[in-house]
Design a protein around this ligand. Structure first.
Ligand code: PLP
Length: 211
């Protein structure tokens, strides 16, 4: 597999940040993507990620956590990641903030929005967002940068992307948002059309994952 040409064929616009989603993929493939110029990588599982992060310490990578984060792994994640994109509860926010205070670091975070209100999915409901935003904006070690979503599978994502953009615009100025993370291998072009400026792509870069 030619990771360099896969990256090239994505034809990323200049103003969109590409997160290469490397979950389940070995450090050797991350190195190849890095050699092709990729610097931002996304991981879903804390333990798996930390072992790769340690192994790849010699590289100048920005690591993004994009999976569901359990509060008891907050400290480990705060220590190793450069951004948490899947903030979904006040409890987790508080834990991350405390961990960052101890570590003496500021951590950029995004709220994961459960945009379609799916009961089996994590993420903040849009009705809850106003309270959550205010809460996290007051935590001094977290930097709330914006919103992230994963629209429902097997559905046209466009209405959800449109709604996310409207939510993002509502908070953008007051809370200084800069990042709207939406779009994966199958729908990133649409997401960008609807205003995404950060896409998270795994399959189209590294090939299919084993189930
Ligand atoms: C796995 C994953 C992706 C990448 O999905 P692909 O379809 O392989 O591009 C993006 N975002 C999140 C949150 C993921 O879990």
């Amino acid at each position: 597999m030619d990771i360099a040409s896969n990256l090239k064929s994505l034809e990323m616009p200049e103003d969109v940040t590409l997160i290469a989603v490397s979950k389940t993929k070995p450090a050797s493939l991350i190195r190849r993507a890095y050699s092709a110029g990729q610097r931002d990588f996304g991981e879903n599982y804390v333990q798996e990620a930390v072992s790769k992060i340690v192994e790849l310490k010699d590289l100048d990578i920005r690591w993004h956590f994009i999976g569901h984060l359990q509060s008891n792994k907050a400290r480990l994640a705060a220590e190793h990641f450069h951004m948490i994109q899947s903030l979904d509860s006040m409890k987790l926010a508080k834990r991350l903030d405390n961990a960052c205070r101890e570590l003496g670091k500021k951590l950029p975070v995004l709220f994961e929005v459960n945009i379609a209100g799916e009961s089996q999915k994590s993420g903040v409901l849009k009705e809850e967002l106003p309270n959550f935003v205010k809460y996290v904006a007051n935590l001094s070690n977290l930097e709330l940068k914006g919103l992230m979503c994963i629209p429902p599978f097997n559905e046209n994502p466009e209405p959800h992307f449109r709604e996310m953009k409207a939510l993002y615009d509502r908070y953008k100025d007051e809370f200084n948002f800069s990042t709207l993370s939406m779009g994966m291998s199958s729908d990133y072009r649409q997401a960008i059309q609807y205003g995404s400026n950060m896409v998270r792509i795994g399959t189209k870069i590294f090939g299919a994952r084993k189930p």
